[in-house]
Design a protein around this ligand. Structure first.
Ligand code: CU1
Length: 537
């Protein structure tokens, strides 16, 4: 080994040129390329959402035509769900941190990992093609509900092929992670010494591998129905629309856990570092990730309480839905117990994490309203649903991703962003999100339906408030991006372990060298043992 002569180059500086990135098998480069594309797609999706809020600012507004409006809310959903939130944390920080946190050189199948990234690129390109070619951008909503999606003349066939391709990218990433966690842990790194982020990636990977194929098949069936005129879902051709809803949600509810579990893992990693305490209930948090992955796979038909399925089914799925709330609540309880009497360092990663806990709790509690079948019938297809899932997905997964970006930024780039700007961006975001989404909960209870082009004057005030909120959110996002960009270019050197954390990724240089550790680490302490690790700094 030559590492005694000179410190190995960082993974950012090791090789240069575009080919050294796009064909890279380095998990850190692949994760960073995912992150860049995901943030780009997020910006596109946010712009569409911003447009929608402008259009909905006043009743009778004609900023967008009805057909354009339908395309805008469909694309906002398709982009945000399939290109941003589902891959968001696993593909970016999952890729970057998994091998580092388990003391490995890379994932099990580095070339397959690069191929997954390419599938993401090809899937995203196919989705773009569906917008700009043929007879217009899809107008079905991101759920592609039949029979409309099998009849509309817009470009749905291309969009479902994009979803199919993206699904494969996910499945292969999941496969890679499961194998990596089983086979590549450093000597001494037992299952009980894994970080809770790795546990959450493990639970997520099983959902990716087991549930995503159902989405792939469903997308293909829509394609077959449209192109070959098969009567699978459309009742006028002998098909069954209820079957579509079952197939779609068998994937798409567990997909909610693909979105939220990794964010929960990040929260579980960040809190002990900034409370300077061992995590409370390690085993329970790890087990609750697996419990959520398992139980979350059994609740899909709670999206279908008003579809006309049997009363027995309604009862069973309602009950199962309440059961999933238990492991989620266990996590919140454990996080708060860890914070309790800790010596709190209110650094930006912790602030974003606390924002996550607040937003996730509002989202979770409003979810219980819909889990109860009777209450759900009242709020079904109203803005209550839109408000609820934005609290979970943007308030939860979004803030979780932003917490991760602020937490691991010094590790990935070896530099630090400006803290005051990070605080300012956070408050713009948190206030903005609540002003944007809380009115939607109220509007839903008042009976305003989702996805409609226009609304009655009685909904005017809350819609205006909601639109104001979107301006704060956009301002917060722009400030955050700018701050991080400036940090990459001019930030102060951060050092190996600026937060005094105890997990393995902090033991190597910042940014890490291409092969992560100069010599294979031997693990003697757990990821939250601050005293033994001497991590108090
Ligand atoms: Cu669901």
């Amino acid at each position: 080994m030559a590492h005694a002569d000179a410190a190995p180059k960082s993974f950012l500086a090791d090789k240069t040129g575009i080919r050294s990135w796009i064909f890279s098998t380095d998990h850190k480069r692949i994760g960073l390329m995912y992150l860049a594309l995901i943030l780009l797609m997020f910006t596109a999706g946010m712009t569409l959402g911003f447009l929608m809020r402008l259009k909905l600012m006043t009743p009778g507004n004609t900023l967008l035509s009805p057909q354009t409006y339908n395309a805008v809310f469909t694309l906002h959903g398709v982009i945000m769900i399939f290109l941003v939130v589902i891959p968001s944390i696993p593909a970016s920080f999952g890729n970057i941190m998994l091998p580092l946190q388990i003391g490995a050189n890379d994932v099990s199948f580095p070339r397959l990992n690069n191929f997954s990234w390419w599938l993401y690129v090809i899937g995203a390109a196919t989705a773009l093609v569906s917008i700009f070619t043929g007879s217009g951008a899809p107008d079905t909503g991101w759920t592609f509900y039949v029979p409309f999606s099998s009849r509309t003349t817009t470009n749905v066939s291309v969009a479902v092929i994009a979803v199919f391709i993206l699904g494969f990218s996910n499945i292969l990433t999941g496969l890679n992670f499961i194998t990596t966690i089983h086979r590549l842990r450093a000597p001494g790194l037992t299952w009980r010494k894994l970080t809770l982020f790795v546990w959450s990636l493990y639970a997520t990977a099983w959902i990716q591998v087991l549930a995503t194929p159902v989405l792939g098949i469903t997308a293909l069936l829509i394609f077959a129905e449209r192109v070959l005129n098969m009567g699978l879902f459309d009742p006028t051709r002998g098909g069954d629309p209820l079957m579509y809803q079952h197939l779609f949600w068998i994937y798409s509810h567990p997909a909610v856990y693909i979105m939220i579990l990794p964010a929960m893992g990040i929260v579980s990693d960040i809190i002990p570092v900034f409370a300077r305490k061992k995590i409370f209930g390690y085993g329970m948090i790890a087990a609750s990730s697996l419990a959520i992955a398992f139980a979350g796979s059994l609740v899909w038909a709670h999206h279908m309480f008003t579809s006309g399925m049997s009363e027995t089914a309604v009862l069973v799925f309602s009950l199962l839905t309440f059961i999933v709330a238990v492991p989620s609540a266990i996590k919140v309880f454990n996080w708060l117990s860890t914070l309790y009497k800790g010596s709190i360092l209110m650094e930006p990663p912790l602030l974003y994490t606390l924002g996550f806990i607040f937003m996730f709790s509002v989202g979770g509690l409003t979810g219980l309203v819909q889990g109860a079948a009777g209450a759900d019938i009242h709020v079904h297809d109203t803005y209550f649903i839109v408000g609820h899932f934005h609290y979970i997905i943007f308030g939860g997964t979004g803030l979780g991703l932003f917490a991760a970006m602020h937490f691991w930024f010094p590790k990935v780039f070896g530099r630090m962003y400006k803290r005051d700007r990070a605080y300012a961006a956070f408050w713009l975001l948190l206030v903005g999100m609540n002003v944007l989404y809380f009115p939607m909960l109220v509007l839903g209870l008042m009976g305003m339906p989702r996805r409609y082009y226009d609304y009655l004057p009685e909904f005017a005030t809350w819609n205006m408030v909601s639109t104001f909120g979107s301006w704060f959110v956009v301002a917060g996002i722009l400030l955050m991006f700018w701050n991080l960009y400036q940090g990459i270019r001019h930030g102060e050197p951060a050092g190996r372990n600026p937060w005094g954390a105890a997990s393995l990724e902090w033991e190597t240089a910042s940014p890490p060298p291409t092969h992560n550790f100069p010599t294979e680490p031997v693990v003697t302490h757990g990821p939250y043992d601050f005293a033994e690790a001497g991590g108090h700094g």
